[in-house]
Design a protein around this ligand. Structure first.
Ligand code: NDP
Ligand code: MG
Ligand code: MG
Length: 336
């Protein structure tokens, strides 16, 4: 089992005289900036002109500057802008203004691990990746608690990058919950694999395949929606709270028997082979290359896919059925 680090393993004073530039004020940015500030650190938020986030950051009582200015005055530069634009921001606004001996901080390893940003050997580069969305990171901090986080050092020019990473994680409140050390490679590759094979790609196709099978066999789409999508939340909540065994303890014996005999037929050896292939594409950099190129040509493949997905019957049926569920605060994704 991995060693878990807590507040007592870090000394937040290593960041006491350092100014922190938080670039971006979205999901992670707003939580990092406010938690660090409330932990006594000196924070400036760096945003682009005309950003819709400027007003929110000011209302939260934070100093906001242009990215270049924020970088020039800071000792730590934290990249909390979307991954696919980090390299451009680094090249145009961060690198030319970076102070000697400054540290670059990330919440996800993609741009460093896949060489989209190649920092000079004279700077520290580390990662602190909270294992939660920003709003939960902020809320738990305010409640005197925290969420777990990963930390990793990519470059240790000063000799104290690891101490700074631990201190930064604790200033976010994550040392109250526990910190696990990783590497940029491990964090990036497992994150991409998880979202492709299980969390996003795997789950959405599993749901659609189940739904389509029932509808093609003549069952009502509304019933198929409840069975294959809506009820997934109940199952996931139980797995989240007590693992697979708690979920299996809670469902009926018939469901448990069905789980036993059918699960391995759906996720068979072919699927496991496919997962290995996905992992290989991630490790060899071909997924990263495709994603970077897709962005450079304005996402033609992704836009077409999103359009097709939006029109799937499960989406239209679900939109109507969720109107019957006033308790769930139904959401609608914006048009792309
Ligand atoms: P968001 O998309 O929520 O926020 C992006 C922020 O960057 C917004 O404030 C946006 O402003 C700002 N921004 C956009 N373009 C620029 C620019 N050119 N210059 C300056 N600021 C800009 O990002 P996330 O918080 O989701 O992700 C940030 C990082 O955290 C990523 O590396 C991600 O992988 C990582 N991460 C995210 C997690 C999550 O739960 N979301 C969890 C763990 C890590 P505007 O609104 O004006 O566009
Ligand atoms: Mg992830
Ligand atoms: Mg991810």
């Amino acid at each position: 089992m991995a060693r878990v680090y807590y507040d007592g393993d870090a000394d937040i004073k290593v960041l006491a005289n350092k100014k922190v530039a938080v670039l971006g004020y979205g999901s992670q940015g707003h939580a990092h900036a406010q938690n660090l500030r409330d932990s006594g650190l000196s924070v400036v938020v760096g945003l682009h002109k005309g950003s819709s986030s400027i007003e929110r950051a000011r209302q939260d009582g934070l100093e906001v500057r242009d990215v270049k200015e924020a970088v020039a005055m800071s000792d730590l530069v934290v990249f909390l802008v979307p991954d696919h634009i980090q390299a451009k921001i680094y090249k145009e606004q961060v690198a030319p203004n970076l102070k000697d001996g400054a540290a670059l901080v990330f919440a996800h390893g993609f741009t460093i691990h896949f060489h989209q940003i190649i920092p000079p050997s004279t700077v520290d580069v580390f990662m602190v990746a909270p294992k939660s969305p920003g709003h939960l990171l902020r809320r738990t901090y305010q409640e005197g608690k925290g969420v777990p986080a990963l930390f990793a050092v990519h470059q240790n020019a000063s000799g104290s990058a690891r101490e700074m990473a631990l201190a930064y994680a604790c200033a976010l409140g994550c040392g109250r919950a526990g910190l696990i050390e990783t590497t940029f490679a491990e964090e990036t590759e497992t994150d991409l694999f998880g979202e492709q094979a299980v969390l996003c790609g795997g789950v959405t196709e599993l749901v659609k395949a189940g739904f389509d099978t029932l509808v093609e066999a003549g069952y009502q789409p509304e019933i198929a929606y409840f069975e294959c999508l809506n009820e997934l939340k109940l199952i996931v909540d139980m797995m989240y709270e007590g693992g697979l065994s708690w979920m299996r303890y809670s469902v009926s014996d018939t469901a448990k028997y069905g789980d036993m005999v059918a699960g391995k037929k759906v996720i068979d050896s072919k699927v496991r082979e496919t997962m290995k292939e996905l992992l290989k594409n991630i490790q060899e950099g071909s997924f990263a290359k495709d994603w970077i190129l897709e962005n450079q040509c304005n996402r033609p493949q992704m836009r077409a896919w999103q359009q097709r997905e939006k029109n799937h019957l499960i989406e239209r049926v679900g939109f109507e059925l969720r109107k019957m569920m006033p308790w769930l605060d139904a959401k609608k994704a914006p048009e792309n």
